[in-house]
Unconditional design. Structure first.
Length: 231
């Protein structure tokens, strides 16, 4: 099946599944769940596409097996992220920016974790980029391992099996079945909406900060008064 790729062809879910199959899918899920290099991977659209292709007999893998393996890969990925965060500790916040690593992603995940606490491990699963860094932040913050493991398993199952089963369920609908290409494009678009929103928010904040700095920066300091004032 050929679909119109949005962005690089190697990030198109259909291309990835055709080229690398189930094992490639599991590696991507593992990387996006807790490795720094995996934040840009198309996890949501990839899981949805997997379920859709299985139910339309275009991917020769039992649905139950795919769900079990995807959940396992997601849980192990978060586990790797937690251990990495616990090992590197605060040095992660001092790491310089590079092409693949942006300090703002760490800060964003840290704020998300601080706001929602342990349940952020479940909520973050459904937020691109944040889901990659949240388990790492949990390790950095020294979150109790038992709590981490519990929420990691819950989040991994809800995201891994949930999104895959959603794709499989919608694949049984005749309209979806006849318009698979358009549906896949729509899923890719939906998966990047949170990223676009965060980008626009960050851009708006930076503009407001720059405007506020410009407004205060142009005001000359008050001249001292009294006998110490310059004459």
């Amino acid at each position: 099946m050929t679909t119109l790729a949005l962005g690089p062809s190697w990030l198109d879910p259909d291309y990835l599944l055709n080229q690398f199959g189930l094992w490639g899918l599991l590696l991507i899920v593992f990387a996006e769940s807790g490795l720094l290099i995996g934040f840009f991977l198309p996890g949501d659209s990839l899981l949805f596409t997997t379920g859709l292709l299985i139910t339309t007999n275009k991917l020769d893998t039992p649905l139950w097996l795919a769900c079990v393996l995807i959940c396992l890969a997601a849980i192990l990925g978060d586990q790797a992220g937690y251990l990495f965060g616990k090992k590197v500790g605060p040095s992660l916040f001092n790491r310089p920016d590079s092409k693949l690593f942006k300090q703002e992603n760490v800060v964003k995940a840290h704020e998300f974790f601080e706001k929602y606490g342990p349940k952020s491990l479940v909520l973050a699963r459904f937020v691109p980029i944040v889901r990659t860094f949240t388990p790492i932040i949990a390790g950095v913050s020294g979150m109790r391992y038992r709590s981490f493991l519990t929420f990691n398993i819950i989040g991994g199952i809800m995201w891994g099996a949930g999104v895959t089963l959603l794709g499989a369920w919608l694949g049984n609908i005749e309209f979806v079945h006849k318009n698979i290409e358009a549906i896949l494009i729509l899923i890719v678009l939906i998966s990047v909406v949170p990223i676009a929103i965060e980008f626009l928010r960050a851009r708006s904040k930076s503009k407001k900060a720059a405007a506020a700095e410009g407004a205060t920066g142009g005001t000359p300091p008050a001249q001292p008064r009294g006998r110490h004032a310059k004459r």
